[in-house]
Design a protein around this ligand. Structure first.
Ligand code: DX5
Ligand code: ZN
Length: 224
């Protein structure tokens, strides 16, 4: 079980030290939200910020591209030090070549799906990904409420993964707190992005450890 604190909830004026703070929690991943002001109504940062941060961190850079034209960003983000790059299934006929593009840059391949999109859309790509990200809010902003209707999608992906004998990670992102993380773990999620629920606590380390404990407990019952 992996907890990926989302830097979106951190302080962007001290990006590198926020990464250090995440690293000190014992978490191996950090979730990096890249927004282009077009695919989503918000803007964050580009590859230069990641490249500057890279020497300060040995965290696994879980890079979530919420961008209309991610094709032009794959190589810059790969060079900047992303470890995994996720693009959205809503990009339709471009998805195949984007996934191939990420793979050819020798990065792990992620595919994300927004709440209104049918889960059937990701099925043809499951054998090509290392991670499937089920969005549990409409992307763009931190601090939104978890959309319960997304839970069956996690379960469906979990079933397909079993049926197909695949082993990609199942990640959830948006409104993830102790309660909703447990709910997602119960139906098969193994990777949990959380922003405000973690950074909003006095001790980030304690918050991460607590979430890890909660989802691991669910998981150990789940696999019996
Ligand atoms: C939402 C982003 C998330 C965001 C989650 O558009 O993709 O990664 O940081 O934030 P919380 O956990 O606050 O919902
Ligand atoms: Zn995200």
């Amino acid at each position: 079980m992996i907890i990926a604190p989302s830097i979106l909830a951190g302080d962007f004026s001290k990006f590198a030290s926020e990464l250090k703070r995440v690293e000190k929690t014992g978490s191996e991943w950090v979730h990096l939200d890249v927004m282009d002001g077009h695919f989503v109504p918000n803007l964050t940062f580009g590859p230069q910020v990641l490249a500057n941060a890279r020497p300060h961190s040995s965290l696994f850079f879980d890079t979530h591209l919420m961008c209309s034209k991610p094709g032009i960003l794959l190589e810059p983000f790969a060079k900047a030090g992303a470890d995994l790059i996720t693009v959205h299934v809503e990009l339709e006929d471009r998805v195949s070549s984007l996934l191939w593009g990420i793979r050819s840059l020798e990065k792990q391949v992620g595919l994300a799906i927004n709440p209104p999109t049918s889960i059937e859309e990701v099925k043809p790509f499951l054998d090509k990904v290392d991670l499937l990200l089920v969005m549990t809010v409409n992307p763009g902003f931190g601090g939104q409420s978890f959309i319960e209707e997304c839970v069956p999608k996690i379960q469906q992906v979990y079933e397909w993964r079993k049926e197909m004998g695949l082993n990609f990670r199942i990640e959830v992102d948006g409104g993830v707190n102790l309660t909703t993380a447990a709910e997602c773990a119960r139906v098969g999620a193994d990777t949990f992005v959380a922003g405000s629920a973690l950074f909003g606590e006095r001790s980030l380390t304690r918050a991460v450890k607590k979430m890890h404990k909660v989802v691991s407990r669910v998981n150990s019952g789940f696999n019996k």
